[in-house]
Write a protein that binds this ligand. Structure first.
Ligand code: GLC
Ligand code: CA
Length: 558
């Protein structure tokens, strides 16, 4: 029997748009809301149910909109509130839903609250942010920011430091102040009353700062880890339960936490009693598998099957019956999944992109497709530092290369593999100039492989990655087992094949994926496994899987 309670957000497939890079409607080189509205039919054809749009609010764009200066205004570069309303209507008219990005751990330093806050110690907005005195003539503690350097910025006007866990233009809001929570909750209700359908909550696991003690230092690191004081604290859970009662429970929303942590944290955030969020993103299979060095994410790394499978299987099985999850390998903070986990050479790009899509879309949890993933878009492999736009990259270059601690060529090699700008190059629409993204000069370079990888050609090609994703998404809508079946790992020690099964009401769904560029023996054969639902090859070989081959079987047990 199906023990999992049904919910529309469990059956949905979410598509993430990074608006700056999706589609430019007015030739200024920057994607915008009217560009999104113009491509809603494309998303409907793909078959996704929910669209999550990265921040579109007023922002000085230190971190491309993740630094908000007005939560109830649209960034002029992206359009107007009327454009927003038309986009929302267009989404709803096509039976889709809209998720907004809620970036409330921090605001921009240009938000009116911060402008006031920094004026004087007795300003009514002072306690909207986290201010501390110097300690022994320096920063209040040893915390490092996620974007390099100290997490504290000295402000001369009042001779105190403010906390910024991200860039210095992203001061952390003080959630301990009830007025801040009132402001955020009222703002959320305002968007819900406007008719949006949910929130993706940016770094929501960091809102509850429990203390300001020095953090542990990993050997070789320059700063201490704020994690034990700020991440996944009891205080954060308390704020989320308050948010649930004061806002979320009044609407029928999808709520997704960018919270990370281990599976025990995920189970608390997205527990089945519904007291906090619907689901969270885990990072162990993305950021986690290469965070092994003093330079953090900047290092040589691979994506060994054994490691990825161990992490993903553990998340699938730990959450089972306890919490709902998400499945993804791509977003605006990750390199392109086919470049990282698959093989982006012309020979294997499409094949391995489909294999990864199969692996993800047959799993338990809500799948997230990041713009261009459905085309098999690849990393851009910038060669020079001046090609990068991302504040994370620029700060990391300053911290490690300008200071002489790391060789520039090494750093460029690591950036090319893992930097976020890989995911932020413009969406490849067609073979026109700039891949059809803009008639002007794009804000970031277009990947030159757009002649081979673009939406128009792929829509017309029945064998494309796009049409394969369409089928994957349709299958989830057709078969309850893909949404609600239990997850069981198979062949857990196989050196080449990632395999698992889903089970529901006497049905069995078997998923076989060859993670490698060579033919791999596979003991599970068609005869024992049932009818084939989808595969990225049209002919098969008994007892083995071809390079990057993926096969899915449904056995009805009759
Ligand atoms: C989240 C966002 C990322 C942003 C950061 C700070 O991790 O996904 O893009 O830089 O939070 O807001
Ligand atoms: Ca534009």
């Amino acid at each position: 029997m199906n023990s999992e309670k049904r919910a529309w957000w469990k059956e949905a497939v979410v598509y993430q748009i990074y608006p700056r890079s999706f589609a430019d409607s007015n030739g200024d080189g920057i994607g915008d809301l009217n560009g999104i509205t113009a491509h809603l039919d494309y998303l409907k054809t793909l078959g996704v149910d929910v669209i999550w749009v990265s921040p579109v609010y007023a922002s000085p764009n230190d971190d491309n909109g993740y630094d908000i200066s007005d939560y109830q205004a649209i960034m002029p570069e992206f359009g107007t509130m009327e454009d927003f309303d038309r986009m929302l209507d267009g989404i709803h008219a096509r039976g889709m839903k809209l998720v907004m990005d809620l970036v409330a751990n921090h605001s921009s330093d240009e938000h009116a609250w911060f402008v006031e806050s920094r004026k004087s110690k007795d300003n009514p907005y002072r306690d909207y942010y986290i201010w501390k005195d110097a300690k022994d003539g320096r920063e209040p503690n040893n915390w490092g920011s996620c974007f390099s350097g100290s997490a504290w910025q000295y402000d001369e006007a009042t001779d105190q430091y403010y906390l910024h866990l991200f860039s210095r233009k992203q001061p952390d809001l003080n959630w301990a102040n009830p007025k801040v929570r009132d402001e955020i909750f009222n703002m959320m209700s305002w968007w819900c009353d406007k008719g949006i359908d949910g929130f993706r909550m940016d770094v929501i696991g960091m809102i509850g700062k429990e203390n300001f003690n020095d953090g542990p230092m990993t050997p070789g690191a320059l700063y201490g880890d704020f994690g034990p004081s700020c991440m996944h604290t009891e205080t954060t859970h308390r704020y989320l339960r308050e948010m649930r009662q004061r806002v979320l429970d009044k609407y029928d929303l999808i709520t997704i936490g960018e919270a990370g942590g281990g599976t025990a944290d995920a189970i608390r955030y997205s527990n089945l009693d519904g007291s906090e969020l619907n689901m969270t993103f885990g990072f162990e299979h993305t950021d986690g598998i290469n965070a092994h060095t003093e330079t953090g994410k900047w290092c040589d790394y691979g994506a060994p099957l054994a490691e990825v499978r161990e992490v993903m299987n553990r998340w699938q099985t730990d959450l089972q019956g306890k919490a709902w999850g998400t499945v993804y390998m791509s977003n605006h903070d990750q390199p392109r999944q086919v470049s990282r986990f698959g093989n982006d050479s012309p020979l294997w790009r499409a094949r391995s992109a489909k294999m990864l899509g199969t692996l993800l879309h047959m799993m338990h949890g809500t799948p997230f497709v990041y713009q261009g993933e459905e085309l098999g878009m690849t990393n851009i492999y910038f060669e020079r530092i001046d090609q990068y736009k991302d504040v994370e990259v620029i700060n990391a270059w300053r911290q490690w290369v300008d200071s002489g601690l790391v060789d520039g060529q090494d750093m460029l090699r690591w950036f090319a593999k893992i930097s976020r700008d890989n995911a932020r190059t413009p969406m490849q629409w067609n073979r026109d100039v700039n891949a059809g993204f803009t008639t002007g000069t794009p804000w970031i370079d277009v990947n030159l492989n757009y002649l081979a990888v673009n939406a128009e050609d792929e829509m017309a090609d029945t064998d494309s990655v796009f049409n394969y994703y369409r089928k994957l998404i349709a299958l989830r809508h057709q078969h309850d087992i893909i949404v609600y079946g239990s997850f069981e790992p198979l062949l857990e020690n196989d050196p080449s094949v990632y395999a698992y099964q889903r089970v529901l009401d006497g049905q069995k769904l078997i998923v076989l994926c060859n993670w490698t560029d060579h033919t791999a023996p596979c003991s599970l054969s068609a005869a024992e496994t049932g009818d084939e639902l989808i595969s990225n090859y049209s002919t098969h070989q008994e007892g083995q899987l071809q390079p990057y081959e993926a096969r899915v079987f449904l056995a009805t047990g009759k």
